[in-house]
Design a protein around this ligand. Sequence first.
Ligand code: ADP
Length: 454
Amino acid sequence: MFEKILIANRGEIALRVQRACREMGIKTVAVHSTADSEAMHVRLADEAVCIGPPPGRDSYLNKAAVISAAIITNAEAIHPGYGFLSENAGFADMVKDHGLTFIGPSAEHIRIMGDKVQAKITAKQAGIPVVPGSDGAVPDENAAVEIADGIGYPVLIKASAGGGGRGMKVAQTRDDVRESFKVASGEAKAAFGNGEVYMEKYLAHPRHIEIQVLGDQHGNVVHLGERDCSLQRKHQKIFEECPSPALNPKQRDEIGKVVTTALKKLGYYNAGTVEFLYENGKFFFIEMNTRLQVEHPITEMITGLDLVREQIRIAAGMELGFTQKDVEFQGCAMECRINAENPRTFAPSPGTITGYHAPGGRRVRVDSAMYAGSKIPPYYDSLISKLIVQGSTRNECIMRMRRALHEYVIDGIQTTIPLHQAVLDQQAIMDGAYDIHWLEDFVAQWVKDSPAKG
Ligand code: ADP
């Protein structure tokens, strides 16, 4: 087992990884930008190295600085968290080339799944059902129209290098296709330096359901059930729950088997998530994330597993200590992503947290690196806390989440807590009857009805 791990991230996820390390008796090295020198992930680490100025590209994304920090502190492995360098195949290669271990899958798997066209082809070949669409990248507008006519309208134009919902455009008609092709391609070029796009049937009312997997380097792959991440705004998740209110145990087993069989075939190892859209009883693959996900704690709540601990054990070459039969699901879990944002306009709200009180009590977990006096710099993602609860039933979970949100005090900045409170009061949420469009419709109405508050 490793004696020392460098955590190449910041905020709640850096702390989350640090917690697993400490519980395993592993020493940790934090890296940070000059904006984060007082941050909790730095204060609680065994050692810390400043790797550059505030902007991500000059610090947390600076591969050479991160690797140098690992070498000078004698760390043996690097955990990338999510975001930043976590899905950067070149970084995974560099880590290996310097005699260090990357805590994640192989660079080859990161590379394949990072190119969404390649990912879809690979998934299909491995037996995973995919959204009907173009066979690979679409070369130009004329080809786009021809393909759209074949798929049937509406269609979605998506960036091959996509992420975070960027470079994605819906087209209802032939004219739309021409226009959207240009816009999506331009957006993709600007955001990812790669303008390649592909096309898919636009599903009208799907849910976003994803399957968590773990595989070791000895050919064992298990799935840990699903997470329902349908509550999204601008294709960004804001609330997740498991199990999905839309699935029964038989459907879970079936899709779980499809996914584990495919990943065994591909020789995939470490943690991963296979994302699907689910409509009318059918699953359609959209992408695979080759890393730990933001919403992993809800899976931990109902399985009792520590996913980061498993990631570290797998990276150290150990076998999974359990089989599919050993995985049991206990009750339900939900997560609210709390962002430093105005809850109605979603404008970022950086600043200093003047007062802080986190909720506690039975089956409540708060993953956050905040404290009274901590600064939320304007340079990074606005996620500042994840509030996670578990309950024996879905109803118990909702009641517990409401009371935990009520207890949560974050003063000095605006947060999305009022939005979560409003969402959890809705009948559709209580009934579990929502799809990927529900939240946007709700927010529009909510802002109209109560524009001044919050
Ligand atoms: P990204 O990597 O940018 O997050 P994804 O492919 O994971 O892109 O899609 C993000 C979200 O966009 C999905 O969760 C879903 O809400 C929506 N989406 C993606 N593909 C489709 C589709 N074919 N039809 C309808 N909605 C889609």
